[in-house]
Design a binder for this molecule. Structure first.
Ligand SMILES: Nc1nc2c(ncn2[C@@H]2O[C@H](COP(=O)(O)OP(=O)(O)O)[C@@H](O)[C@H]2O)c(=O)[nH]1
Ligand SMILES: [Mg+2]
Length: 442
């Protein structure tokens, strides 16, 4: 009796084991393309394009196709025994990138979206896929503003009004120190400059030009270590991926546009990625800059997954032999947690294609925010691993002195300064030129 019972149990266990094995050997879904043909007559053509592309995506072992009226769905299946089974998310991102190709070929025939699927086939999220728009370049307007001239005036005027005595005394030094602090340079740098001036000129004859030169030299010396001579566009793996971070309105998109044009003019092959998918206007603005420079812009509908888009862009950039990929990002500081998660995900996903990407993360800061730049630098350096600084809007009334405080506090190399809205209004950072302009000496 017991023997009979044991056999039945063994049989049942063997059945379960066989079913489990069959299940684990079965291909599982990673994602699903949904293609809506514009016209019932176009379904066959759209299906042929999509099937041919979908079958060639990395990690895809097989595809399942269904049509329902004008709607085609193509599910991409992964072999559980393959390496890709360990990272189905990667198959999804590769498929998203391939989806751009499908969307590009479908143009007149239909629209495509992609759903990210869990192993059991449930939909995790659905994203539209839009082919990048590449149109004829238009001539960019040159900025009319003349560089740093305005920004220097306040500090320059201040210095001129202080040094009215014949000899340098403590009272004059106090006033200078206060003026430097007021110009956002920070207490530490201001007292360092005061000390160097006291050492070199105390009790000696002073004249306005001489003092300005002394102050400028002292500022230049403190900024010198943050001037960088390394070429950020070459070296390491290709394409170089440079990500731009910073709060809304700091000048990221504009700076990317300026850099793109400069790189194109110098013979580099460039691609832009509009990973600020938060607002439609943000992508449109980058597309306009892309058109001016005549470079492709990888973009998506607003609300699309920024990390997925960055992945698509790098996949394309690699396939097309692009030298430099410039990635724009959103900067909603109001919700730091979400921002951190999004920027972190972009970095992680780019690293799936190239472990060293992004090669640079540049923090774009608006000079007109003064001391606030310090807290922005703190947040972004924590979130995104900043490798360099760009300060914009130094053509206005801004006290660019905060750059001195920033360098002292964070030690980031300073890459560029923005001195206007036009394409030509970007300068590589030079400690000496910056210091002289700030103080107003020629
Ligand atoms: N005057 C001046 N305006 C700038 C500069 N850089 C950017 N802007 C302007 O600042 C505004 C916000 O720039 P945008 O690139 O959209 O900032 P984002 O939100 O960080 O991408 C735009 O009106 C730009 O034209 C600059 O160096 N000087
Ligand atoms: Mg922007």
């Amino acid at each position: 009796m017991f023997g009979w019972g044991k056999k039945a149990r063994e049989k049942k266990e063997a059945e379960i084991a066989a079913r489990e094995q069959a299940l684990s050997a079965a291909f599982f879904p990673a994602c699903c393309f949904t293609i809506i043909a514009n016209d019932a007559a176009l379904v066959g053509e759209a299906l042929a394009i999509a099937e041919a592309r979908a079958g060639n995506i990395t990690g895809v072992a097989s595809i399942e196709t269904k049509t329902n009226g004008n709607e085609i769905s193509i599910t991409l299946l992964v072999d559980p025994q393959s390496d890709h089974a360990k990272d189905p998310e990667l198959v999804f991102y590769s498929a998203r990138a391939a989806g751009l190709g499908i969307a590009g070929e479908l143009r007149e025939l239909g629209a495509v979206s992609i759903a990210h699927l869990a192993r059991g086939g449930e939909i995790i999220a659905t994203y539209p896929i839009n082919p990048p728009q590449i149109e004829d370049p238009i001539i960019a307007q040159q900025g009319l503003l003349d560089g740093l001239a305005k920004s220097s005036s306040k500090l320059a005027e201040g210095v001129a009004s202080i040094f009215t005595k014949a000899k340098l005394d403590n009272e004059t030094l106090d006033e200078l120190e206060e003026l430097l602090i007021m110009s956002d340079m920070g207490v530490e740098a201001a007292s360092r400059i005061r000390a160097s001036l006291a050492t070199n000129r105390f009790g000696k004859d002073i004249d306005e030009v001489g003092i300005k030169e002394e102050v400028a030299a002292s500022i230049a010396a403190s900024l010198q270590p943050f001037e960088t001579n390394t070429d950020p566009w070459v070296g390491g793996t290709s394409p170089r991926v440079i990500m731009f971070v910073g709060v809304n309105g700091s000048g990221k998109t504009t700076t990317i546009g300026k850099i793109a044009q400069n790189l194109v003019d110098n013979g580099h092959k460039i691609m832009l990625c509009a990973a600020d998918t938060f607002r439609a206007a943000a992508s449109e603005q980058l597309i306009v800059w892309g058109q001016r420079a005549g470079v492709p812009v990888v973009s998506a509908a607003s609300g699309a997954d920024a990390a997925g888009l960055a992945f698509d862009a790098l996949t394309r950039a690699k396939a097309e032999g692009v030298d430099v990929l410039l990635v724009d990002t959103a900067g909603r500081l109001q919700n730091k947690t979400e921002l951190m998660a999004e920027l972190g995900k972009i970095v992680r996903v780019l690293g799936k294609i190239d472990a060293s990407a992004p090669h640079e993360v540049w923090l774009v800061l608006d000079a007109t925010v003064g001391q606030n730049a310090l807290s922005q630098a703190e947040v972004f350096s924590k979130v995104a691993g900043v490798t360099g600084l760009i300060m914009t809007k130094l053509d206005g009334t801004a006290k660019g002195g905060v750059l001195v405080a920033l360098s002292t506090a964070f030690g980031f190399p300073i890459r560029f300064i923005g001195v206007g809205e036009g394409v030509g209004d970007l300068r590589p950072f030079s400690a000496e030129a910056f210091a002289k302009a700030l103080v107003g000496v020629g």
